[in-house]
Design a protein around this ligand. Structure first.
Ligand code: ADE
Ligand code: ZN
Length: 342
């Protein structure tokens, strides 16, 4: 008997490579932390928060996302936030996560770098112990701020590198894209590469294909976050296919931020069928209406993805992970075993 599409997706082993931990802050936890920390929110109820999540573009979301993050103050807050995400990931059979975090959002408010690292890392280490969920942390620079501020952030975080060597694997670039091209950060990326960090960057979410070229050639990234506008440039598409450069695509995010009008118009399936190494991810699930399986299900239904294609997406997520070849082989074998038995 063949199982339903939902059950097939639920059981499929997968990796999440594009998840902003601050974007997993559910309104209920936002309220609880606001109360714990004596922070006044501009909302009367959880329902009012949810109602405010009607975005017109990336910036309209970022304004609320940064305001919401202000409730995160103590080490325990960062632990609770990350632990709540871990529960969702495990429920969706996410086997590995590489999460983004934005230290500048917190240090500017007087929260220490140590508090941020420690709370997130404690939850991730507990997740490994309790659930076998493996993970990495990718420190993102806020691109609306200066490169000097990014350099200062990297230098400050380096004091903690040894303590978090098991988790902190890379650096990334997020926040408002248009007007902040990747090349603005070429020096801090050169430094990060010299320090043997993995490097990724958001590009081609709202920004033009030139920003994807900038991330590839200017920053020498190993994955592109989003990258959906790459399709507008056929030479770039050839480059992505030939190099098998992974794109961490976030379908429900693109829908909520009006990058696409309708999920049926999303280019995920077209890019997959053209041979691009695309993956499915949740980005900021508390704000965009769904975690990993919700993104898989919505995409599968809107784009008529076959089970083979869903398996390919899961395979891509493990191939694109920052892990040892042995670890990847093990995951890929699990995906193969799943396909063979379902
Ligand atoms: N920060 C959190 N989510 C983001 C996104 N989708 N794009 C850019 N910056 C972000
Ligand atoms: Zn993102």
């Amino acid at each position: 008997m063949t199982i339903s599409l939902h059950d097939f997706i639920r059981g499929l082993p997968k990796a999440e490579l594009h998840l902003h931990i601050e974007g997993s802050l559910e309104p209920e936890l936002m309220f609880a932390l606001a109360q714990r920390n004596g922070v006044t929110l501009p909302y009367a109820s959880v329902e009012e928060v949810r109602a405010a999540y009607a975005f017109s573009d990336l910036q309209s979301f970022l304004d609320l996302y940064y305001a919401g993050a202000a409730v995160l103050q103590s080490e325990q807050d960062f632990f609770d936030l990350t632990w709540a995400y871990v529960q969702r990931a495990v429920a969706d059979n996410v086997r590995h996560v590489e999460l983004f975090f934005d230290p500048q959002t917190h240090t500017v408010r007087g929260v220490s770098m140590t508090t941020v690292f420690s709370g997130i890392a404690r939850a991730l280490r507990q997740a490994r112990q309790a659930h076998g969920l493996t993970s990495g942390m990718i420190l993102c620079f806020l691109r609306h701020l200066s490169e000097d501020e990014a350099i200062a952030t990297l230098e400050e975080a380096l004091l903690l590198r040894e303590q978090y060597a098991d988790l902190w694997t890379g650096v990334g670039l997020d926040s408002g894209e248009v007007g902040n091209p990747p090349e603005k950060f070429s020096r801090v990326y050169a430094r990060a590469r010299e320090l043997v960090f993995h490097v990724v960057a958001h590009a081609g979410e709202e920004g033009p294909p030139a920003y994807v070229w900038g991330a590839l050639d200017g920053l020498q990234v190993e994955r592109i976050d989003h990258g959906v506008r790459s399709e507008e440039d056929s030479t770039l598409m050839q480059r992505l296919v030939h190099s098998q450069m992974p794109l961490t695509v976030c379908p429900l995010s693109n829908l909520k931020l009006c990058v696409v009008k309708d999920l049926r118009q999303h280019n995920l399936a077209r890019m997959l069928r053209a041979g691009v190494c695309v993956t499915i991810n949740s980005d900021d699930p508390a704000y965009f209406g769904g975690y990993m399986n919700a993104n898989f299900i919505a995409s599968a239904e809107a784009l008529q993805l076959t089970r083979e294609e869903l398996v390919q997406l899961a395979r891509n997520s493990f191939s694109a992970a920052f892990a040892t070849p042995e670890q990847k082989q093990q995951w890929l074998a699990e995906v193969q075993a799943y396909q063979d038995t379902h």
